[in-house]
Design a protein around this ligand. Sequence first.
Ligand SMILES: *Cc1c(COP(=O)(O)O)cnc(C)c1O
Length: 219
Amino acid sequence: MIALNLNAILKELPSGVKLVAVSKFHPSEAILEAYDEGQRCFGESRPQEFAVKAVQLPRDIEWHFIGHLQTNKLKLVLPYASLVESIDTVHLLDAVNAWGEKNSRTIKVLLEVHIGAEETKQGFSPSEVKEILGRAGDYPCVRFCGLMGMASHTDDEASIRADFSRIKTLFDECRDAFPGLVEFGQLSIGMSDDWRYALDYGCTEVRIGTAIFGLRNNI
Ligand SMILES: *Cc1c(COP(=O)(O)O)cnc(C)c1O
């Protein structure tokens, strides 16, 4: 099933849009099934689980960390992640930069934007995003590569599209306002149920789990 699902999505995905196969809660064997089909980019969201998989699995996998990250878990994530998509507080950003300084590394990140309707969703407001990018120089070990967002959890196409439209507008405004941030070019929106909509809003990557690997038994 995994190979079938993956290839169906890849066939539909425009060539400029990267697929992050979200493998959280699924075993390494499932990841290897997708790997054998040529998939190299995977997304994980739990530090402990991610660190175990990153050590076990082939070195040429490009890992994106997409989950909530506590500052005391950085050492489980930053050595292995090519991109941390879920920077959602200044406190975390400070800690990531400090880890980079200590370990002589630069860390590529996306800022997570609160675009959905839910009160509980993590992420920065548009004004917070601009404030941070305006002082990107405070973070010499961080590369700001773009924005990540999750649409409201709803079946209502119009509200999902409105969420995506808002983050796309913010993304464009940031690129205009901060041309010096040359790596700021990634817009990560779209999941199993809404990635086809995200294509209409200039996403450069989609993060798809369930539609590839099936249901997770975490809930
Ligand atoms: C789990 C998760 C996904 C994938 O969700 P699916 O609905 O299974 O495709 C994408 N992005 C983030 C941030 C996630 O936590």
